[in-house]
Design a protein around this ligand. Structure first.
Ligand SMILES: Nc1ncnc2c1ncn2[C@@H]1O[C@H](COP(=O)(O)OP(=O)(O)OP(=O)(O)O)[C@@H](O)[C@H]1O
Ligand SMILES: O=P(O)(O)OC[C@H]1O[C@H](OP(=O)(O)OP(=O)(O)O)[C@H](O)[C@@H]1O
Ligand SMILES: O=C(O)c1cccnc1
Ligand SMILES: [Mg+2]
Length: 494
C-alpha cells in the first residue's frame, strides 16, 4: 500500500528552514561537481536528557512530512537570488539557483520509529543519497527531532512518576512560541500525557482536550459558591472547580456545598483543582472533606510548577492527587532545554569505484568522536521482550558468526552476545525520495512508548543515577573505528 501523503499536516513546505551554511556548502558542492557523490549521515545524541537512562524517540512524523515537501519555491529562489556577499555581489550564481529550483529529494531514509526508547550514539535517522541533499536536510531534521524527542522523554518521566494517575499537559502559555506549543503537545501526548489543554493540538492531531477553569472565573463573581454554581450550570457533568483563589480548604467546602446542589439535580462534581500551597497536606485534607461529605469519586487535580521529581516527592508524602496538570516544566523541558542531537557524515562513496570511504569526526573527547560506517542498531532482547543490549554495526560489512559488543567509550568493556532474539531498530522510511513507510498513528506510537519503557530494567528507568544501558559497537566496527582514528589523528612527538 502506498502511504497517503502527509501533505503538510506537520511541516508545510518550508525548505528555507535551514542554516545558511547548508546552502553555501550546497553551492560549493555544486560548483565542484560533488553534488551527486553518495553520502551517509547519522542523526544521534551523545547523552540522554535530564541525566536519565534513556530517551524516547519522537518527531519522525514531522520530519517525514517536511522531507516529502522538500523543494524550493519561486519565492524561495527569488529570496536566495537577492542574497549578497560582503562585496555586494550575489552569493549564488544563477546556474545554482536553477539547479535548486529543480531539486527533488531522492535520498533513502531509515529511522527508528517514534516512541522507541533510544540511547546515546544510536542513529535515530540515517540519510543516504546525493551529498548535497543529505547535507541540506541536516538543520530541519535536528530541529524537529531534537525538540520532540526531548519533550517525549520529559513526559515519559512525568508519566513514570505519576504511575497510573491522569496527566494533563497545560503548557501552551509557557511554550516557545506557537509551534513550540503545538509540537510539544504532540510529543507530550506521545510520551504519555493523557490529554492537553491546547485546542489546536486537539483539532490537528486528535489529542483529547481537557481543562478546568482559571482564578479569574472565581474572581468574576461575588463569591466562590456563586462562581462554582455558574460553572456547574454550564458544565453539569464536567466541572472541576479551582478551589484556591481565596482559602483552599474554604474553597473545598464551597465546592462541596455546590456539589450537593448538583447531586440533587442528578449531577456529580467531577473534581476540584489545587494550584498553590502545600499540595500534599491540602490534597489529604481535601480528600478527607470530600470523602466525609459523600463525594469519594470527586477527583483531586493538582497543578503549580510540577515536574517528575515534585510528583515523586508529593506521592512519597502521601498526597491524594488523582490528576496532575503539568505545564511550564514539561513543554519547556525546564531542567534541560535542548537535546544535543547531532548529524554527522559517516560514509562517502569512492569517486573512482563503487566502494565506500567511511568517515570520522575526531574530537579531544572520545565521546564526541563520531562513528563511521552505514549503521544499523540491533536490539537484543530476552524471550519475554526485555531489552538487554544494543549493537551498532556497519551494514556495508559482513557480520561475524560470534558477536561481541564493545563500549565505544571504554574498549576494555566488552560483552559477547548470547541472545538470539533481536530486532533491527532502523526501518526504511524513504526510498529514492519516496515515502514507503506507512507511518503509525499518534495513538500507536503512544502505545509503543509504554511497551518500550516496560521493556527496560528498572535500574535504567530510575531518575537518580540510572544504570547505563549497554550500547556497544560490533567488534569489527570498533576495530575499524580505532584504526581510522589512529590514521587521522596526527601523532605528535612528546
Ligand atoms: N508538599 C510539597 N512538597 C514539595 N513541594 C511542594 C509541596 N507542595 C507544593 N510544592 C511545590 O512548591 C512550589 C511552591 O510554589 P510557591 O512558593 O510559588 O508557592 P505557591 O503555593 O505557588 O504560592 P502562591 O499562593 O503564590 O501561588 C510549587 O512548585 C509547588 O508545586
Ligand atoms: O504551573 P504549570 O506547570 O506551568 O501549569 C500551568 C499553570 O498555568 C496556570 O496558572 P498560571 O501559571 O498562568 O498562573 P498562576 O501560577 O498564578 O496560577 C495554572 O493554574 C497552572 O498553575
Ligand atoms: O484547564 C486548566 O486548568 C489549565 C489550562 C492551562 C493552564 N493551566 C490550567
Ligand atoms: Mg504559575
Amino acid at each position: 500500500m502506498n502511504p497517503a501523503p502527509l501533505s503538510g499536516l506537520y511541516a508545510p513546505s518550508l525548505s528555507l528552514v535551514t542554516d545558511l551554511y547548508q546552502l553555501t556548502m550546497a553551492y560549493g558542492y555544486w560548483k565542484k561537481g560533488l553534488q551527486d557523490r553518495e553520502a551517509v549521515f547519522h542523526l544521534y545524541f551523545r547523552k540522554p536528557p535530564f541525566s536519565g537512562g534513556y530517551a524516547v524517540c519522537a518527531g519522525l512524523a514531522y520530519a517525514a512530512d517536511w522531507l516529502q515537501n522538500l523543494g524550493f519555491s519561486e519565492d524561495d529562489i527569488t529570496y536566495l537570488a537577492g542574497l549578497k556577499g560582503s562585496k555586494g555581489t550575489p552569493m549564488f550564481e544563477q546556474g545554482f539557483l536553477d539547479y535548486l529550483r529543480d531539486l527533488k529529494f531522492t535520498c533513502d531514509v531509515d529511522a527508528i520509529a517514534e516512541g522507541t526508547v533510544v540511547f546515546a550514539n544510536e542513529p535515530l535517522v540515517r540519510v543516504q543519497g546525493p551529498l548535497i541533499q543529505a547535507q541540506l536536510v541536516e538543520t530541519a531534521l535536528l530541529t524537529l527531532i531534537n525538540f520532540q524527542t526531548l519533550i517525549a522523554t520529559k513526559t515519559a518521566r512525568i508519566r513514570e512518576a505519576a504511575g497510573s494517575d491522569q496527566v494533563l499537559e497545560f503548557g501552551l502559555r509557557r511554550a516557545q512560541g506557537f509551534d513550540g506549543g503545538l509540537s510539544a503537545s504532540r510529543a507530550a501526548y506521545l510520551g504519555g500525557a493523557d490529554a492537553t489543554s491546547n485546542v489546536l493540538a486537539g483539532q490537528r492531531f486528535g489529542i483529547p482536550v481537557k481543562g478546568t477553569h482559571a482564578h479569574s472565573w472565581v474572581m468574576s463573581f461575588e463569591d466562590e459558591e456563586e462562581a462554582f454554581t455558574a460553572y456547574a450550570e454550564a458544565f453539569p457533568d464536567d466541572s472541576v472547580f479551582l478551589v484556591d483563589t481565596y482559602d483552599t480548604l474554604e474553597g473545598v467546602r464551597h465546592a462541596i456545598a455546590v456539589a450537593r446542589q448538583m447531586r440533587e439535580r442528578g449531577h456529580e462534581l467531577a473534581g476540584i483543582r489545587l494550584d498553590s500551597g502545600d499540595l500534599a497536606y491540602l490534597s489529604r485534607e481535601a480528600r478527607a472533606l470530600l470523602d466525609e461529605a459523600g463525594f469519594p469519586k470527586t477527583r483531586i487535580v493538582a497543578s503549580n510548577d510540577l515536574d517528575e521529581s515534585l510528583i515523586t516527592s508529593l506521592k512519597l508524602q502521601g498526597a491524594r492527587i488523582d490528576t496532575w496538570g503539568v505545564g511550564t516544566k514539561l513543554v519547556t523541558a525546564y531542567d534541560q532545554p535542548a537535546l544535543g542531537g547531532v548529524y554527522k557524515l559517516a560514509a562517502l562513496r569512492h569517486a573512482d569505484d563503487n566502494g565506500w570511504d567511511f568517515t570520522v569526526k575526531i574530537s579531544e573527547q572520545l565521546a564526541k568522536t563520531s562513528i563511521p560506517g552505514i549503521l544499523q542498531v540491533r536490539r537484543f532482547e530476552t524471550e519475554k521482550g526485555q531489552a538487554r543490549a544494543d549493537m551498532l554495526y556497519n551494514i556495508a560489512e559482513p557480520l561475524p558468526e560470534n558477536l561481541t559488543i564493545i563500549d565505544p567509550l571504554d574498549p576494555t568493556r566488552r560483552r559477547p552476545v548470547r541472545s538470539t532474539t533481536f530486532r533491527e531498530l532502523l526501518e526504511p522510511v524513504f526510498r529514492q525520495g519516496k515515502l514507503i513507510m506507512t507511518l503509525p498513528s499518534l495513538q500507536e506510537s503512544r502505545e509503543r512508548v509504554q511497551r518500550e519503557i516496560n521493556s527496560l530494567d528498572p535500574s535504567i528507568r530510575r531518575f537518580l543515577n540510572p544504570h547505563t544501558y549497554p550500547v556497544g559497537l560490533e567488534e569489527g566496527l570498533n576495530t575499524f573505528r580505532t584504526n581510522l582514528i589512529l590514521e587521522k589523528r596526527p601523532q605528535r612527538p612528546a
